[in-house]
Write a protein that binds this ligand. Structure first.
Ligand code: GSH
Length: 418
């Protein structure tokens, strides 16, 4: 059914064969032309000393990885890592370096902002992490410089309440910092934080969650808020915080690990027909429900994927599969092609489920969503984008998705390792 939020999904479901015509030859030119369009639309970067006053570079870098040009640098890095684009590798990496260097300068010379220095998706930690990846991919030994800037931020986010708005979520808080460290570890094939640093960040998240749950008399052990709202989803909420604690579970005391599992099970119980409300305790209105990566099943699926991979308990995989069913029904979103609250973000759930189950049905579903992105129905009926180049709301995330569709065994939601 067509609703205010999503187009009707009129595609037949999987009948045993994948779509023809979605092979490398068809998708690669779309990727290339979308990248060219993104690069043409970039705002002026400024440079060198100009960035000192956070002028041009400041504004294009605002929004961090989420909506600033740092996210475009990550997309170019991601494309450059695919063997399918080996011919363009150097060119994409050089463009990525130009963009991320402007953001690094802006971090250095812009207004010092205690709130976003250690932020992953909205600030400095994310910029340093992506600079590390780009420099490393270029074979430069000085990748250790942005890496050491990233590491130094560990001390910034150590105090339990280092941010007034809430210190633990994914965009600006500690879950984001841990997530960035996980991405770096995976892509550099080396640990970037010491066990003591990891333990101290996890401990701060646990202490903060215990204190909040106790103060607010929650009937479960860990809870958090962001600007006073008790979010549940991947953006700002409980699910991605728990996902990060599970990602580092071997660093937790057994008693704390138990609290994390209790909280995972508590969140599982909050399901309302394959979805979760944005905030704890809300009742979902079916006609207007949020089925986004940021709020709802398509983002919470990653927590249950992690829970399944760590525990091997089938109930977590079943929950993930239900997230995928709702996403197939309601994931052709009208808010655009992006990964935060758009069609590519929905389609990533199918790539996740393919990796968990090996069932080709999920590749087929992802192919259908990719196909939909290029239909007249989508182009005419979806909202006009604020920024076409944004990694999360615009086409940079879509490019990552199209690349991952061509190599589904390595697919991963951008910067959100499971
Ligand atoms: N500014 C955004 C864009 O340009 O794409 C739209 C804002 C948006 O959709 N926000 C997400 C959301 O779920 C959260 S990141 N908003 C609440 C709603 O749609 O009711």
């Amino acid at each position: 059914m067509d609703t205010k939020r999503c187009f009707a999904n009129r595609f037949d479901d999987y009948q045993g064969s994948l779509l023809a015509g979605q092979c490398e030859e068809a998708v690669a030119p779309l990727v290339t032309s979308t990248i060219e369009r993104i690069l043409q639309e970039l705002p002026p970067l400024g440079g060198g000393a100009e960035a000192r006053g956070a002028t041009a570079a400041g504004s294009s870098c605002q929004g961090g990885l989420y909506s600033g040009v740092a996210g475009v640098a990550y997309m170019l890095y991601h494309v450059s890592q695919s063997p399918l684009f080996a011919g363009a590798r150097e060119r994409y990496l050089r463009s990525a370096k130009r963009l991320i260097d402007a953001c690094s300068r802006s971090e250095e010379w812009g207004e010092p902002d205690a709130d976003t220095r250690a932020a992953f998706l909205l600030g400095g930690a994310g910029v340093h992490a992506v600079a590390t990846l780009v420099y490393h991919a270029l074979g430069r030994s000085d990748y250790v410089q942005p890496l050491s800037k990233f590491r130094a931020l560990c001390a910034v986010c150590a105090p339990v309440s280092f941010l007034e708005c809430g210190s633990d979520e994914l965009f600006v808080g500690r879950a984001g910092y841990l997530c960035a460290a996980l991405v770096l570890k995976q892509k550099l094939a080396q640990e970037v934080l010491t066990p003591a640093q990891i333990k101290s960040i996890c401990q701060a998240i646990l202490d903060s969650g215990k204190q909040y749950a106790l103060k607010k008399r929650k009937p479960f052990p860990l809870m958090y808020s962001y600007y006073g709202t008790e979010y549940l989803g991947a953006a700002h909420g409980l699910s991605s915080i728990l996902q990060m604690l599970l990602s580092y579970h071997e660093h937790l005391k057994p008693s704390d690990r138990e609290l994390v599992w209790q909280s995972v099970d508590f969140l599982m119980e909050q399901e309302q027909n394959c979805n979760w409300p944005p905030e704890l305790g809300e009742t979902i209105e079916r006609e207007n429900e949020l089925v986004h990566w940021c709020h709802g099943a398509p983002g919470i699926a990653y927590l249950f994927a992690k829970a399944y991979l760590v525990s091997k308990k089938p109930q977590y995989l079943d929950t993930c599969i239900r997230c995928g069913e709702l996403t197939w029904q309601k994931g052709l979103l009208k808010k655009g092609p992006g990964i935060c609250h758009g069609v590519a973000g929905s389609a990533y759930v199918f790539l996740l489920l393919y990796r968990l189950t090996g069932n080709s049905k999920y590749i087929y579903r992802a192919q259908r969503f990719a196909q939909f992105l290029f239909t007249e129905e989508f182009k005419a009926g979806s909202r006009v984008l604020e920024s076409i180049y944004s990694l999360y709301e615009g086409f940079s995330g879509t490019v990552c998705f199209l690349i991952d569709l061509l190599q589904p065994n390595q697919a991963e939601f951008p910067l959100f390792s499971v």
